[in-house]
Design a binder for this molecule. Structure first.
Ligand SMILES: Nc1ncnc2c1ncn2[C@@H]1O[C@H](COP(=O)(O)OP(=O)(O)O)[C@@H](O)[C@H]1O
Ligand SMILES: Nc1ccn([C@@H]2O[C@H](COP(=O)(O)O)[C@@H](O)[C@H]2O)c(=O)n1
Ligand SMILES: [Mg+2]
Length: 477
């Protein structure tokens, strides 16, 4: 969505309040002092930095979690200002009830700035984890974070220091009534942090409320977006995510190509992707987790086949109204990587016929069909085309062209893969608007060698063990 339409939507929405600033102004105001906005397709550009401020227990962390969930296909790093609390001296610890954790000086802002500077330049950093119960850092291991497309910096006072504000491309203030914040705080501090309710209320009246009035509320004026009702404000969160995507140059591909289906990202799926993309993953694990993901993609793809309604009698003598699978199916694997997907297809579709296509890939421009073996009656079948990676789209276009030449209707082809580059998706969908693509992830793009990034390397070599780097694990005697 373009900037103007985002603004239109926002103006019509009573849910989001913009503090007199239009979306275009976010960048204009940031220009000069701050970093330009980024496009994740350009590896040299810096991440998009979002600041999220608001009173304690206003719902900042919950809003960030929602944004992160919706940006599931981006590398997002969340940095909490809490991680940069100064450690208390022995003396301060003894009289912790007199310590003001809501004052700007409670934070080591110099440390925060160093970490943010490194992260913005794409360097790995260690972010301390703060122990609220013990009021100290260093108890838990620090979190190592790497390259990010989006950095979210969250905390009560992240808008207080002008140097920290200057790092931000977008500033969000979570606006929640004081009574709700207090109620949540009492619940959180007594339950999670095992504090006494009297002490919580004392801290609130002595430090938390005055600091909110003196330091936090005055920073609301710096916000580009003010969100009432925190994580429940789905309209605001959707608009924020859309804006971030626009700034990253990553339009929602599924909206552009309605025949592209990306399977719902869960932490299980992201975990499996993390493993298969990790260059250190063993061949054994690579195969295991690739197979799990392939199975999910295959099952999802089968869900796009036509069906007929069918009624059966259950052992209780009742009627169950269900559906009958489409039986005229055929798999076609693009040699060699596509062959890794055949087992999953066979496991789901008993006795399925599987054809093969070999395309010679040279420099990724001049594709050449070398070999094909397809069932004779393929034109009567729905075809599940198998290739784990959709990169430039050249091989897929060649393979699909062959299938069309053999008489397979375009709408009868479902292309299944594990990762797709946006370029490949555009290429295939532009050439064949009626075929369906089912994938488990959309990557950032292609590098100068036409390889998908971040990608997972040469899938066939890793799956079939022909990458020379891998140690061979022989069965034990
Ligand atoms: N909209 C909401 N409705 C109900 N509870 C919420 C809502 N938003 C946050 N909470 C709860 O309130 C507490 C504080 O929220 P959190 O997001 O951690 O706030 P902050 O990071 O601003 O301190 C958490 O226990 C969270 O689950
Ligand atoms: N040892 C500490 C450190 C901080 N606090 C309180 O936490 C609040 C900030 O965290 P949010 O997630 O709510 O932003 C702040 O109000 C501090 O008073 C604490 O109680 N003990
Ligand atoms: Mg929080």
């Amino acid at each position: 969505m373009g900037t103007n339409s985002a603004v239109d939507l926002m103006e019509f929405s009573s849910e989001v309040h913009f503090s007199g600033v239009y979306m275009n102004d976010i960048e204009q105001r940031n220009a000069g002092t701050e970093q330009p906005t980024t496009s994740a397709t350009d590896m040299n550009k810096q991440p998009f930095v979002i600041g999220v401020a608001g009173g304690a227990a206003s719902g900042k962390t919950s809003v960030c979690d929602m944004i992160i969930q919706q940006l599931h296909d981006q590398r997002v790093v969340l940095v909490n200002q809490d991680s940069f609390y100064h450690n208390l001296t022995e003396e301060e610890l003894i009289r912790v009830q007199d310590y003001n954790f809501d004052h700007p000086e409670a934070f080591d802002t110099e440390h925060l700035l160093r970490v943010m500077d490194k992260l913005k330049c794409g360097q790995a950093v260690d972010i301390p984890k703060y122990d609220f119960k013990g009021c100290k850092s260093g108890v838990f291991p620090a979190r190592r974070v790497n390259l990010a497309d989006v950095i979210i910096l969250e905390g009560i006072l992240v808008f207080h220091d002008p140097r920290v504000r200057a790092l931000m491309n977008m500033k969000i203030f979570v606006d929640t009534d004081a009574d709700i914040r207090l109620a949540r705080r009492i619940k959180r501090d007594t339950a999670d942090n095992a504090r006494d309710i009297g002490a919580v209320l004392d801290q609130y009246s002595k430090f938390v409320k005055p600091a909110f009035d003196d330091f936090i509320l005055p920073t609301k004026k710096y916000a580009d977006i003010i969100i009432p009702r925190g994580r429940d404000n789905h309209v605001a969160i959707d608009l924020i995510v859309q804006h971030i995507r626009t700034k990253l140059g990553q339009h929602d591909l599924c909206k552009i190509h309605p025949n592209l289906y990306v399977i719902q990202s869960t932490f299980q799926i992201r975990g499996m992707h993390t493993l298969i993309r990790d260059s250190q993953t063993t061949k054994h694990d690579f195969i295991f987790y690739s197979d799990r993901l392939i199975r999910l993609v295959v099952e999802h793809g089968l869900g796009h086949l036509p069906f007929t309604e069918k009624q059966v009698f259950t052992p209780t003598g009742s009627v169950y109204s269900g559906v009958d699978f489409c039986k005229r199916l055929c798999g076609v694997s693009i040699i060699r990587s596509g062959e890794s997907m055949e087992n999953a297809l066979r496991a789901c579709c008993k006795g399925i016929k599987i054809g093969k296509i070999l395309i010679h890939r040279e420099g990724d421009n001049g594709q050449q069909l070398i070999y094909e073996k397809l069932p004779k009656d393929i034109s009567d079948r729905h075809v599940l085309l198998l290739d784990p990676i959709l990169g430039t789209g050249n091989s897929a276009v060649q393979a699909i062209s062959l299938l069309l030449k053999k008489g397979v209707p375009e709408s009868n082809i479902i292309f299944l893969n594990l990762i797709s580059a946006p370029q490949g998706v555009h290429e295939v969908c532009k050439s064949f608007p009626r075929i369906k693509i089912v994938t488990s992830d959309i990557d950032i793009g292609l590098n100068e060698d036409f390889r998908v990034i971040p990608g997972m390397g040469e899938f066939g070599d890793r799956y079939f063990g022909t990458d020379d780097d891998q140690q061979e694990v022989l069965p034990s005697q």
